[in-house]
Design a protein around this ligand. Structure first.
Ligand SMILES: *[C@@H]1O[C@H](CO)[C@@H](O)[C@H](O)[C@H]1NC(C)=O
Ligand SMILES: *[C@@H]1O[C@H](CO)[C@@H](O)[C@H](O)[C@H]1NC(C)=O
Ligand SMILES: *[C@@H]1O[C@H](CO)[C@@H](O)[C@H](O)[C@H]1NC(C)=O
Ligand SMILES: *[C@@H]1O[C@H](CO)[C@@H](O)[C@H](O)[C@H]1NC(C)=O
Ligand SMILES: *[C@@H]1O[C@H](CO)[C@@H](O)[C@H](O)[C@H]1NC(C)=O
Ligand SMILES: *[C@@H]1O[C@H](CO)[C@@H](O)[C@H](O)[C@H]1NC(C)=O
Ligand SMILES: *[C@@H]1O[C@H](CO)[C@@H](O)[C@H](O)[C@H]1NC(C)=O
Ligand SMILES: *[C@@H]1O[C@H](CO)[C@@H](O)[C@H](O)[C@H]1NC(C)=O
Ligand SMILES: *[C@@H]1O[C@H](CO)[C@@H](O)[C@H](O)[C@H]1NC(C)=O
Ligand SMILES: *[C@@H]1O[C@H](CO)[C@@H](O)[C@H](O)[C@H]1NC(C)=O
Ligand SMILES: *[C@@H]1O[C@H](CO)[C@@H](O)[C@H](O)[C@H]1NC(C)=O
Ligand SMILES: *[C@@H]1O[C@H](CO)[C@@H](O)[C@H](O)[C@H]1NC(C)=O
Length: 773
């Protein structure tokens, strides 16, 4: 009956062989991709071997070493390696994408990379090539169409060999601030790289006039010559070229350079533009009418130039795709009476500071997607209109109204319903009384600081300085969970700082400025006790106040806006701009009030204090020697009080001290010496009739004065703080004045900015120190 067992085996074997045969046949007939060539695999491996892998060589948080998957064994097909692309027919390596691959090391002219002669597409962005000059061997890669070496730490002149790569369609050398483009560079690019569609030289050091011929790059779709913070392309001069032909240009970034002249009317020929940045140049003249032809425009930055004349808002409202319009700080009068009420662009960012508006533009009524609105410095009188309470309540996170003549809010409780508001600038107005009574739940407050602020639960900074707020201290603001900065200086606050209430615990407050008010009573140390943020923070790692990031996607291009705080501190007539406020920067300014009583010894428990200003009050008693515990103290101003006793010797231990003022008191005895104290001049000490010794001219007679003060009565004062170490802060003669940029905000582009944050912090500290002279 059945087949014998060996026969079955035989048949099975036959079938299997048959299947294998067909398998092989079908694979080869469908043209399986050839294996990569040995010489190219070897070249890639050699390339890999010439670099260290170091995570800190790449700044993109998603970076990883693509080359780790490259294996030297013979059977490994390099066409399948991460980052490698081969031609399907020839097997030659045509693409190499090692962007953000954590490579660290030099790129030499003899690098095996240049043996990949078939390469068309090379991307080495975001690695660390150790300031290598760009090798002339790039000439050998004559098939290149895409070359991207951005943010990879190259230096020196861009060699002319790069400009012989005549097939290039995209060249990106951005964010290499050490790279230089020679005088004739742009001309050569325009002449020789006629296929170029993308040219990005942001932050590259370009010292030349912009040649008109650049407009001849007829296939260019993206041109970026802007700087981006670190490096000013100040030497990139000239006028914006005329664009006498239609052009596919979509992105034109010429911001923060040194262009002058007028905006040519022919710019209106670039009808494909979606991004146009001409900010912070020296452009003058008027905004050409032709700009209304740029119907694809989504982003338009014309701010910080010298543009002048009357500009009808109508001009921009036709640009129906526009989401970002910046016109701040020119010399224009923006007319907001519109010829039509039809459709408007839905703006996300509208920065119209100093545009001579004179009133709230009515068209804002219809805006429901605004994220950032700046109407500062526009001579707007009267009240914030009621309808503003309906504008973009879901989306608005930054509102700037400073430097106007605003007196208040029309129907306040509904005025600030912006659920995502993080930054509000109202300072330098005429805000005063006649604001609505708050709801019953908060009836303990008789109040005039806009009550509706409590609804803005995401607020991180409030600056209501320089108004005429007549009110008690708004301790109810302590309910705002994110509040870090509270500036109420130069108002008419009165009464005591009151007793503490644990519901209002200012849990994140770092900086408070109540100077120049009418506050009375004892120094409010009970308050300090419940302000939780006064706990010590990590002062070693410079943590900046949280940056706000919003990802704005424009026609496929993502722009990561990082907003960060900055502030200006004015002290002794000298102005210091703090680009970012380090998280640990804790400042407390109660100067120029009518506080009385002694400075409690428990002040010495507030270890993290950096700046303390108690000057111009009615404080009595001794200077607590426990201040010597505040090891981070940089500035202490106790001047213009009625303090008595000697200056505690222990204060000489404060090594960070760079400002000290106890003048105009009733201090006596010898001025301590040593360390920082030797750097203070007599202005720190004068007008204390019984104080003696250098730097004052009065000599000491009684040796007893040189003894350190007694330390008797301290422990009984010890405060039972609820946490181990407490930190408070203040600002020395401190004005949260120009929170620079727009609203509270300086705008930055790109993740790479983060990397430079440390550098900024150093500058911050230098400035602070340098401030004294
Ligand atoms: C990585 O680079 C950083 C900065 O250049 C350096 O401090 C560190 O030692 C390097 N790490 C390794 C493992 O080489
Ligand atoms: C490549 O050049 C560098 C310096 O230019 C040299 O140190 C290195 O030995 C060279 N490597 C090879 C393989 O020739
Ligand atoms: C140039 O490279 C940088 C860094 O990789 C990137 O952010 C930028 O988008 C590139 N520019 C263009 C125009 O492709
Ligand atoms: C421009 O390209 C031509 C043709 O490839 C070449 O001869 C010339 O040297 C290039 N010019 C420069 C400045 O590189
Ligand atoms: C650039 O284009 C203009 C106008 O199309 C033309 O007159 C000029 O000769 C061109 N320049 C070069 C160098 O090709
Ligand atoms: C460009 O200029 C504007 C206006 O002066 C300034 O606010 C901004 O910080 C500058 N941008 C960079 C990246 O430096
Ligand atoms: C380019 O703009 C100029 C000035 O606005 C205009 O005279 C010219 O006709 C425009 N050319 C094209 C091709 O649109
Ligand atoms: C501002 O514009 C006016 C005319 O609108 C002009 O007279 C004045 O010179 C301009 N100022 C500056 C600084 O450009
Ligand atoms: C706006 O008002 C000005 C005069 O203030 C006038 O010249 C202009 O034509 C008006 N614009 C519109 C669009 O009505
Ligand atoms: C636009 O609408 C506002 C208020 O609805 C009205 O006051 C104004 O006259 C209208 N303007 C035009 C040009 O229709
Ligand atoms: C403050 O300093 C005094 C004397 O130097 C010391 O006794 C006390 O323990 C210190 N307090 C704290 C909280 O460090
Ligand atoms: C900042 O200052 C510290 C200490 O002075 C120094 O070690 C560090 O290198 C500086 N960082 C930068 C980016 O300059």
């Amino acid at each position: 009956m059945g087949l014998s067992f060996p026969l079955i085996i035989l048949i099975m074997r036959f079938l299997v062989s048959l299947m294998m045969f067909y398998l092989i046949l079908s694979v080869s007939s469908s043209g399986v991709q050839p294996m990569c060539h040995d010489d190219e695999r070897f070249a890639l491996l050699q390339f890999k071997e010439s670099y260290f892998i170091n995570q800190s060589a790449s700044r993109d948080p998603t970076a990883y070493p693509k080359v780790s998957s490259w294996k030297p064994d013979q059977i490994s097909d390099c066409c399948k390696w991460d980052g490698v692309e081969c031609n399907k027919d020839t097997g030659h390596v045509i693409g190499l994408d090692l962007s953000s691959s954590c490579l660290k090391g030099f790129l030499n002219s003899n690098s095996s990379l240049f043996r990949l002669a078939h390469l068309q597409n090379l991307n080495l962005d975001d690695n660390d090539f150790n300031s290598s000059p760009l090798p002339t061997s790039f000439r050998q890669l004559s098939r290149l169409t895409v070359l991207s070496l951005a943010a990879s730490i190259f230096s020196g002149q861009i060699p002319s060999e790069i400009f012989k790569l005549s097939k290039l369609v995209s060249l990106n050398l951005s964010y290499n601030p050490l790279l230089k483009l020679q005088e004739s560079g742009l001309t050569v690019i325009a002449q020789n790289l006629s296929n170029l569609e993308v040219l990005s030289l942001k932050q590259v050091d370009i010292s030349s006039n912009i040649p008109n011929i650049l407009a001849n790059l007829s296939s260019l779709t993206s041109l970026s010559l802007s700087e981006c913070d670190l490096h000013d392309n100040e030497n990139l001069k000239g006028c914006i070229p005329e664009f006498h032909r239609t052009s596919p240009l979509k992105l034109l970034g010429l911001g923060n350079t040194s262009f002058n002249g007028e905006i040519p009317s022919s710019l209106g020929n670039l009808t494909n533009l979606f991004f146009l940045d001409l900010q912070a140049n020296s452009l003058h003249g008027s905004i050409p009418q032709s700009i209304s032809r740029l119907e694809n425009l989504e982003t338009l930055h014309l701010n910080d130039n010298y543009l002048s004349g009357r500009v009808e808002l109508d001009l921009f409202l036709r640009l129906i795709k526009l989401v970002e319009l910046q016109l701040s700080r020119n010399n224009i009068t923006l007319l907001t009476n519109l010829s039509t009420n039809s459709t408007f662009p839905k703006f996300r960012m509208l920065l119209l500071a100093h545009c001579d508006l004179g009133e709230f533009p009515e068209f804002l009524r219809n805006q429901d997607q605004l994220e950032l609105l700046d109407l500062g410095g526009n001579k707007i009188h009267g009240q914030v209109p009621k309808w503003m309470g309906n504008v973009s309540i879901e989306t608005l996170w930054g509102l700037g109204l400073r430097y106007n003549f605003l007196t208040g809010f029309d129907q306040l409780p509904v005025v600030l319903p912006y659920v995502n508001l993080k930054a509000l600038k109202l300072d330098s107005n005429m805000l005063q009384g006649s604001l609505p009574i708050p709801p019953p739940s908060i009836a303990f407050y008789s109040g005039r600081v806009p009550r509706s602020l409590v609804d803005c639960t995401k607020l991180e900074a409030i600056n209501l300085g320089n108004n005429q707020i007549h009110d008690i201290f708004p301790s109810w603001l302590g309910i705002l969970p994110e509040l870090r900065i509270l500036i109420l200086r130069s108002n008419e606050l009165y009464g005591t700082l009151g007793s503490s209430d644990s519901n209002f615990d200012f849990s994140k407050l770092h900086i408070i400025d109540l100077s120049n008010n009418d506050l009375t009573g004892k120094l409010p140390f009970e308050h300090f006790q419940i302000w939780k943020a006064m706990q010590i923070v990590d002062a070693v790692s410079l943590k900046y106040m949280e940056e706000h990031q919003t990802l704005v996607t424009l026609a496929g291009v993502s722009i990561n806006h990082i907003y960060s705080y900055s502030m200006t501190i004015i002290n002794k007539g000298k102005k210091t701009v703090y680009q970012k406020i380090p998280d640990f920067f804790i400042a407390f300014d109660l100067s120029n009030n009518r506080f009385e009583g002694e400075i409690p010894d428990v002040v010495g428990n507030l270890k993290g204090l950096h700046l303390l200003n108690l000057s111009s009050n009615f404080l009595t008693g001794p200077i607590p020697y426990t201040l010597a515990n505040l090891t981070g103290l940089e500035a202490l101003d106790l001047s213009k009080n009625k303090l008595s006793g000697a200056i505690p010797l222990q204060l000489t231990e404060l090594t960070f001290f760079s400002y000290f003022n106890v003048s105009h008191n009733r201090l006596k005895g010898l001025i301590p010496h040593g360390k920082q104290f030797d750097t203070f001049d007599n202005s720190s000490f004068n007008e204390n009739p019984k104080l003696c010794g250098s730097p004052l001219s009065k000599k000491c007679e009684n040796p007893e004065y040189s003894l350190p003060p007694s330390s008797s009565h301290n422990s009984e004062f010890s405060f039972e703080f609820g946490w181990k170490v407490v930190e408070i802060g203040y600002g020395c003669g401190f004005l949260f004045g120009a929170v620079s940029g727009q609203v509270v905000i300086t705008k930055k582009y790109g993740w790479f900015m983060k990397t430079f944050a440390i550098g900024q912090s150093n500058r911050t500290r230098v400035n602070w120190r340098g401030r004294r002279n």
